[in-house]
Design a protein around this ligand. Sequence first.
Ligand code: SF4
Length: 360
Amino acid sequence: MTGSHVQTVLERIYATEAPELADVEAVLRITDGDELGRLFDFANEVRRWFVGDGVLLRRIVEFSNVCRNTCQYCGLNRGNDRLQRYRLTKEEILAAVGNIRAAGIKTVVLQSGEEDDLDADWLREIVEEIKSSRDAAVTLCVGERRREEYRLWKEAGADRYLLKIETSDPGLYGQLHAGMSFENRRRCLRDLAELGYQTGSGDLVGLKGQTLRHLAGDVQFFKQGNFDMISISPFIPHPQTPLAEEPAGDLLMTLKMTALARIVSRDAHIPATTALGSLHGRDERPKVLAAGANVIMPNFTPASYRRHYEIYPNKRCVNEDARACPACLEQMVGAMGRWVDYARGDSLKRSLKCEVGSLK
Ligand code: SF4
């Protein structure tokens, strides 16, 4: 593509309610430096216009690494018998959340593997406790659950829910998720949106068998879903998984997907994921922030457990003192002429109605 052609295609993708797969694929094929510059500048401009220069902090507490699933790319899969499993107590979770609030951060993500034994009432009590005494927005990320459980936690005060689709292609999804149902995942996303959660989804870039057409389909999925949050991470192979020998996802492709997610979603919150702080041993998050992202999600799991939440190896900041995070992040973000935003960072969609229900 020539520079002006790139601009035309980007404007077309931005303006339409239904981006053409061919247009998105053409953008994903870009390798020329000037054309990439146009793509990232375009996405950055959309980001600046719709969400501003602040970079929101979401603090994560990974409260359990127990999981019933066998996702082929994930080190927490139940077949990994080398992993030491843990689950924090209610008191440990609330203490971690207290530390987050003491650091001036008003949003907390409670994340775990998909546990068979997760007691819905136990989690409800934790959500209620946080909401009653700690004035924080609560995001849950505990996988596919029954609608009644989602409702219970919403009524307890949970604000948001993250459930990545990982890939929007049913065939590829089936290859990577033995025993799981693509339709059930979409049902969960519909339920969450209908119950009033600020809903997040996202994908993995570089999965075995993934094509540009699949990734273009993911961009369409993000547009149709009208998600409040979109998370895009590179695949990083874990030695205790069936994909151990596969190459890691490509940084440039992840940046292009982030830029396209920004262009189609406009005002969604998009993180520079922790995986991008860990790819090839470098911290690539500044590049993602410059390609349309506006959120960073540092880890606040107690240090003694953090290394056991190993979705992928060599995770960033596993050994660091979490209290050092704000200064480190402020330096990184400040060097880009932006600033760390300690607000709750609620959805910027005018209506919280998510249109996942309209997905075909
Ligand atoms: S991706 Fe989630 S559901 Fe799948 S194995 Fe890992 S923790 Fe479990």
